[in-house]
Design a protein around this ligand. Structure first.
Ligand code: NAG
Ligand code: NAG
Ligand code: NAG
Ligand code: NAG
Ligand code: NAG
Ligand code: NAG
Ligand code: NAG
Ligand code: NAG
Ligand code: NAG
Ligand code: NAG
Ligand code: NAG
Ligand code: NAG
Length: 678
């Protein structure tokens, strides 16, 4: 905390300088403000269960879900289910509870997640025709992390859970988040640093996560750029009135002195036994904290994050903080994977689930020293960006890496003794890029967990099941019921990474059913790099369309019934109704049946073709569709027979990372010249 005080004077100097340049005052809407404390501001132990506000919200949501159930089920068309009778028997304690998890994976998962939302949305005609539309209207929870949090969940929450179609009309995804709306990246970065500086000027710690968060903000509605996460629950929103699911973003942490590190770069350090104990933070519009597992197991109101609290007592009742929970900061926090990028770039060691760390590389405890930048890496754009944050805000490189939260749980328990700040980062760095943890909380009673994963963790940027396996492992460590998930050989060998599959159909009561929707090529090769920072309309449509085909099983006729069967399965037992034969057949057909495969997995297994157009190669498709600005593509609803005529544009790959990072270097160089802060 002395860091902040030490750096304050330089910040004031720096920022009044820029304020002069910009002709602006420093009351930036990003800066948190101090106010009188509410009388009931307390920490709530996870053992006390759902908070009062979540319980009230859940009642409101249950009403809305009950009202939507009949329309959804009639349209889903389960043969042998008396929908009228079922709906009549339902009440708020027997109604099915369904949650949707959108994985990490940058814009690949983030835009794909908007496609999944559309495919389940009863307001989207093509989804209604496919029989899957209406599932979104009965969802209770929508979780996301990294790209799934910063793009899918944040954009939906900021748009009051409108339709994807509406979001496409009001959001310009051709704006590159690395260069900003006008394309003048100097101006863009100056504004961002000034915005972030306004928070530092109020004595709050800032980091690259604050800067990064502002990038994602370019795709938020203009009047929501500086809203707070708790504001999603303001009176009259779709969420507040129970008309939308609860948005939840998931974060991980590093702990100085405890987390392993490589060259001074800390990372959470999942291994085969500690997954459940790596604290999984969740942020809802109501609360911030963690459930069982890890070192907190308690919650603090999201609205009052930033407030100095000691052992549950606010330090100064005149200095409660509001606006620390900026949507951009939550976006930047959940997407903050800089430590992983740097470890990967410096040492060629990927810290995501992908190619997990080998024993030989398991490392020393972190010390107080700073990060070591290997020779030749000074120009690495990530080094430049984090270094710029460090120099502008007069802090170390290490301090500039983490989404830094004044710790509301300081001295709340033994593990929190003397811990004045939480250092948070991308939830996927615990090896669980599927944000499942909030959905297995026993108090939430989730019956069906739908997992859309576009993590790029396998060869060719597809997926192989590792993250789902890790989630199952963590649940098992915590004695939380979760279906058995087979190993990677089986998942890949049986093709379960290429089509929707249920897990847990024969598990004991109380175990949620899991539906895995792995990103795979149905109508589009939606395996572009997760760095991709802008999209043409054609590319957006193709990505949404592919998610639509995945979620509707290529619009297979009986799939809508199978999906609905999964939603109501546990609830049917609660109201003592028989499982229709069609549901039994669905589960026989679409559930992993316990069979295992031992064959070695090679990258050739991921050289996938378009399932609905197997004659169109990756190269041809890139030329005729992806890189062809005039190609018309459906966001979903056509049968995947887009004209693939070959107009040779010469462009044939989707490598965007180098372009993006070059842009960043330029920007930083320009900044260093025109924005002299040191
Ligand atoms: C930067 O911070 C250090 C301590 O962390 C302090 O000694 C130094 O005076 C600060 N520099 C400026 C220009 O304020
Ligand atoms: C409902 O399902 C039945 C049998 O599965 C099928 O014959 C019928 O066409 C479906 N109805 C609609 C409206 O899709
Ligand atoms: C979207 O942004 C791009 C890039 O900044 C710009 O060229 C285009 O005109 C914008 N489109 C609309 C409809 O505003
Ligand atoms: C970009 O913005 C910078 C800083 O605001 C300004 O000095 C420069 O003239 C702008 N460049 C262009 C091409 O407009
Ligand atoms: C933004 O404006 C829209 C339309 O007026 C409104 O419905 C919405 O609540 C506003 N959002 C915020 C965060 O104020
Ligand atoms: C996993 O990491 C924990 C620390 O988080 C350590 O105590 C434990 O020994 C490690 N287990 C294995 C199998 O490496
Ligand atoms: C509490 O905060 C108020 C308002 O910032 C300040 O005037 C007062 O001195 C503070 N009290 C203590 C004991 O620090
Ligand atoms: C599956 O993917 C993970 C994550 O990328 C990787 O570590 C693992 O080696 C892969 N497994 C196989 C059998 O290919
Ligand atoms: C926190 O407060 C409780 C009583 O409210 C006390 O028992 C406990 O020792 C305190 N913990 C610390 C670390 O000060
Ligand atoms: C809901 O219905 C079940 C039986 O279907 C019944 O046991 C339970 O008491 C009802 N709960 C409420 C809150 O009405
Ligand atoms: C996408 O997948 C195809 C095979 O399915 C592969 O040929 C291509 O290289 C992949 N693209 C990227 C960017 O990984
Ligand atoms: C994208 O999809 C929308 C909605 O289906 C459609 O109106 C638009 O023409 C499509 N654009 C392209 C470029 O395919």
């Amino acid at each position: 905390m002395n860091l902040r005080i030490a750096s304050r004077s330089v910040l004031v100097a720096v920022l009044s300088g820029t304020a002069l340049v910009q002709g602006q005052q420093s009351q930036d809407p990003y800066a948190p403000t101090y106010t009188e404390c509410p009388s009931d501001l307390t920490i709530r132990a996870a053992s006390e269960g759902l908070s009062r506000r979540e319980t009230l919200w859940k009642d409101a949501r249950s009403e809305a879900v009950l009202n939507s159930m009949e329309t959804y089920l009639n349209n889903a068309n389960i043969t042998g289910l008396d929908v009228g009778e079922y709906v009549q028997r339902l009440n708020t304690s027997t109604v099915p509870v369904v949650g949707l998890a959108i994985s990490g994976g940058g814009t690949q998962s983030g835009i794909g997640g908007l496609g999944i939302w559309q495919a389940f949305d009863g307001r989207h005609p093509a989804s209604v025709r496919a029989g899957t539309g209406g599932l979104g209207q009965i969802l209770y929870y929508l979780t996301g992390l990294s790209g799934g949090g910063a793009v899918t969940v944040a954009i939906l929450a900021a748009n009051d859970f409108s339709t994807t179609e509406h979001i496409l009309r009001t959001t310009n995804f051709s704006i590159d988040y690395e260069t900003g709306p006008t394309g003048n990246d100097t101006e863009y970065f100056e504004n961002i640093f000034q915005t972030v500086g306004s928070k530092a000027e109020q004595n709050f710690p800032v980091s690259v996560a604050d800067v990064f968060g502002q990038w994602w903000g370019v795709w938020l509605p203009e009047n929501a750029t500086f809203m707070s996460w708790s504001h999603v629950a303001r009176r009259g929103t779709a969420f507040e009135s129970g008309q939308a699911p609860m948005p939840i973003v998931v974060l991980a942490e590093v702990i100085p002195g405890t987390s392993p590190e490589i060259g001074g770069l800390m990372y959470p350090g999942r291994n085969s036994t500690n997954g459940f104990d790596l604290t999984s933070y969740e942020v809802t519009p109501f609360k911030f904290g963690s459930w069982l597992g890890g070192r907190i197991q308690a919650f603090f109101p999201t609205e009052w994050l930033g407030t100095a609290v000691n052992n549950g007592t606010v330090q100064n009742r005149s200095e409660c903080v509001q606006g620390f929970d900026q949507i951009g900061f939550i976006q930047g926090s959940t997407a903050n994977a800089f430590t992983a990028y740097l470890i990967d770039d410096f040492y060629n060691i990927p810290v995501f689930a992908k190619r997990s760390l080998q024993g030989a590389l398991e490392t020393r405890q972190s010390d107080t020293g700073d990060v070591r930048i290997p020779p030749g890496q000074e120009d690495n754009p990530f080094v430049q960006l984090v270094g710029q944050v460090a120099s502008v805000f007069n802090q170390t490189f290490n301090e500039s890496l983490w989404a830094t939260y004044p710790n509301p749980f300081e001295n709340y328990n033994e593990a929190m003794e003397g811990v004045d700040e939480l250092l948070l980062l991308d939830g996927s760095l615990t090896g669980e890029t599927d944000p499942i943890r909030p959905l297995i909380v026993p108090d939430r009673d989730v019956d069906l967990i739908i997992v859309y994963e576009a993590s790029s963790d396998a060869a060719y940027n597809w997926v192989n099941g590792t993250n789902l396996i890790n989630s199952a492992q963590s649940a098992h460590e915590g004695n939380i019921p979760f279906p058995e998930i087979p190993d990677v050989q089986t998942i890949v060998g049986l093709g379960l990474n290429r089509q929707p599959t249920f897990f847990g159909c024969n598990a004991s009561a109380g175990t949620p059913l899991v539906l895995y929707l792995p990103n795979s090529p149905w109508s589009a090769y939606a395996n572009f790099t997760f760095y991709k920072s802008s999209f043409t309309d054609t590319q957006i449509n193709a990505t949404l369309g592919n998610a639509f085909e995945l979620a509707t099983y290529g619009q297979e006729e009986e799939w809508s019934a199978c999906l609905a069967c999964a939603a109501v399965n546990a609830s049917l037992a609660r109201v003592e109704m028989e499982i229709p034969d069609q549901c039994t057949q669905c589960f026989n057909m679409h559930c992993w049946n316990g069979k295992t495969i031992q064959d070695e997995v090679t990258s050739a297994a991921f050289d996938l073709k378009l399932r609905l157009q197997s004659d169109v190669s990756y190269r041809e498709w890139n030329e005729s569709i992806w890189n062809n600005q005039s190609a018309q593509v459906s966001t979903g609803g056509s049968s995947g027979t887009e004209d693939s005529s070959n107009d040779d544009t010469g462009a044939s790959s989707t490598t965007f990372a180098s372009q993006g990072t070059m842009g960043l270097v330029t920007v930083l160089t320009m900044m260093a010249m025109g924005f002299s802060l040191l």
